[in-house]
Design a binder for this molecule. Structure first.
Ligand SMILES: [Zn+2]
Length: 82
């Protein structure tokens, strides 16, 4: 007897929320939490104590988050000693 494997798929995207202070326009990006929506008040600004508000909710593709390696540099041959 065999069971089909369920829930083996990992999410390929992460939902992110960006909130911004209405006063000093300091932006903070953090993972989306249930109940987050655009224009939702996001508390008080740490810098100026102004009102923070969510300005953007977007999804980021995790597959494109791999570290960028500069592997295209040509390798110079070691200097030959006389
Ligand atoms: Zn502020």
């Amino acid at each position: 007897m065999s069971f089909p494997s369920l829930g083996g798929s990992k999410p390929k995207t992460q939902i992110l929320t960006v909130d911004e202070c209405e006063n000093c326009h300091n932006r903070v990006t953090h993972p989306h939490q249930p109940g987050d929506y655009v224009y939702k008040p996001a508390g008080e600004c740490d810098k100026c104590h102004g009102t923070r508000r969510i300005i953007m909710v977007y999804s980021e593709d995790l597959r494109g988050k791999q570290p960028h390696l500069t592997a295209s540099e040509p390798q110079a041959p070691p200097p030959s000693k006389p």
